[in-house]
Design a protein around this ligand. Structure first.
Ligand code: FAD
Length: 485
């Protein structure tokens, strides 16, 4: 009997653990360790942040689903990985601390034959002074944050209704932040809600971003086919912002926030400020901060994790100039190079390099987006990791028949504003591959046939449909596995 331990029950970890159990059945133990008792469909937090959904509509309790599937669930935080075991134990293990009410602060070691690290990002608010929902800005990264953001947004709406103009500032809250797509969706939703309330004249809406050009989205921008034309995402995105009456500040590395004021440096090295009444700024992301130790207790974290504390996998991490980056630098199977029974799925894996061209101000401040790892690749990676582990256990081999390079797979980004069947529209962008491959596609960096942008109601329906479909799948309802990631 093999024992597989998955750390994290987010989009990637939950996908991994449910497929592992489906493939391996009762003959093997599948364990999941995650501190939040709920699963949350993170993309719909945007709608919670504008009051169109309640937190209960985007989350559900994990324990009953895991019980139904026969998965062992520990509501705990993984603190450290011990791939060689320790002096008393030859098996690799993870040290965990429970956070559930009945076991709070109890520690335990959990041995494994295979380990999947799917701990996602640490929302690194501390990296920007004054950033975050307990300080001066809002966030929609979790359902709690989004609920809090909606409370504050209502106050801003009330002030506008009472004749007080309000400035909204939405975007990235760190010079190296990613997840521009989520912030972009939020700013469009805010503009939509303001217009719905006929308060447009009272609002000054701004997009602030570390992108060199708006529409970079951390993937170095893209050329997309739109209405028969090949259009850079810069033009596509700028025209959407203009249509919604949103102005923008680009090339901005936010480094500090005070009450109603953001401080940022731009790529010219200028130190500037922007006043706001309501701000939602995405923090920088880091790895979950787990440590790793060898058999004697020596810290070997730098062997398992990259500098950003995300886990090293089968990528080419050799430092090289931007011009030499290759699609083949990106990982295929997400296996740790030091320990072949450890994998990292979703945001937890360290990318080999960024996708946008690195930029630096004359003061030496790096200002550019880090790579986005959206839900679809996170789910796909979680699934192929599960497939490969199950294959190895069943065949007794070390083979990896399944691969999922982000430089081969496509992704769809649906930025939807509004809610309901008739009251919304969405900008849909599909890119293939996610990471540009200039060798294979020398003209556009991607396959232009599959790299498309459209604005309309259909995309909005798709987003709404995805919300229900993915929650159905995550709840492991009948035939859940037929729904793609
Ligand atoms: C507001 C917002 C909107 C988004 N919208 C979209 C969208 O429309 N489309 C899209 O494709 N993507 C979207 N994304 C991105 C998408 O949510 C992520 O790609 C996805 O959540 C990543 O999955 P993950 O499993 O790697 O991480 P997560 O979903 O963050 O899951 C990580 C899990 O690990 C757990 N964990 C953390 N630390 C530990 C630890 N030490 N031990 C054990 N467990 C731990 C966490 O509690 C969590 O359960 C959005 C993101 C945000 C923030």
């Amino acid at each position: 009997m093999a024992k597989i331990v998955v750390l994290g029950a987010g989009i990637s970890g939950h996908t991994s653990v449910t497929y592992l159990k489906k493939y391996l059945g009762k003959d093997h133990d599948v364990v999941v360790i995650s501190p939040n008792s709920n699963f949350q469909w993170v993309p719909s937090n945007i709608w919670v942040g504008v009051g169109l959904m309640k937190p209960d509509q985007v989350k559900f309790k994990l324990a009953p689903v895991y019980k139904k599937l026969g998965i062992i669930y520990k509501q705990a935080l993984a603190l450290s990985i011990h791939p060689q075991g320790d002096e008393n134990n030859d098996n690799g293990f993870v040290s965990i601390k429970y956070v559930s009410e009945n076991n709070k602060d109890k520690s335990e070691i959990v041995t494994y034959d295979y380990l999947v690290n799917a701990t996602g990002p640490k929302l690194n608010f501390e990296a920007t002074k004054g950033l975050g929902p307990d300080k001066f800005t809002n966030s929609v990264c979790t359902y709690d944050h989004a609920e809090h953001a909606w409370k504050n947004l209502q106050k801003a709406f009330k002030k506008m209704e009472n004749g007080e103009k309000q400035t909204f500032l939405i975007g990235t809250g760190h010079a190296l932040a990613t997840c521009q797509g989520a912030a972009f969706e939020y700013v469009l939703n805010i503009a939509f809600e303001i217009s719905k309330r006929k308060l447009t004249d009272m609002a000054d809406i701004w997009w602030i971003s570390n992108e060199y050009e708006v529409g970079d989205f951390g993937m170095g921008g893209a050329y997309i086919k739109s209405n028969g034309y090949i259009t850079p995402t810069k033009i596509f995105t700028e025209s959407i912002l203009k249509e919604y009456g949103i102005r923008w500040i680009k090339r901005a590395g936010v480094y500090k926030v005070e009450k109603n004021k953001v401080f940022y440096e731009n790529l010219k090295g200028e130190l500037l400020t922007k006043d706001f009444d309501y701000a939602m700024l995405i923090p920088g992301f880091a790895g979950s901060g787990m440590k790793a130790f060898d058999k004697k207790g020596k810290d070997i974290s730098s062997r398992l994790f990259a500098a950003n504390t995300m886990m090293k996998v089968d990528a080419d991490y050799t430092p090289k100039p931007y011009e030499e980056w290759k699609a083949s630098d990106w990982p295929l199977i997400y296996q740790n190079p030091e320990y072949d029974n450890i994998y990292a799925a979703g945001i937890a894996f360290a990318p080999p390099h960024v996708m946008s061209k690195p930029m630096e101000s004359p003061n030496g401040t790096k200002i550019f987006p880090t790579p986005p790892r959206t839900g679809m690749p996170s789910g796909v990676i979680g699934k192929i990791v599960a497939q490969n582990i199950a294959h190895q256990i069943k065949t007794g081999t070390k083979e990896h028949p399944h691969e999922a390079s982000m430089a081969k797979m496509g992704a769809a980004c649906i930025v939807s504003a509004g809610y309901g069947l008739f009251k919304g529209q969405a900008a849909v962008m599909t890119v293939k591959p996610i990471v540009q491959d200039w060798e294979k596609y020398p003209k556009w960096g991607r396959n232009i046939k599959d790299t498309v942008g459209v604005v309309g109601t259909a995309g909005h329906w798709m987003k709404l449909f995805m919300h229900y479909m993915f929650l159905y799948k995550a709840k492991a309802k009948p035939f859940w596995w037929l729904i793609p990631e």
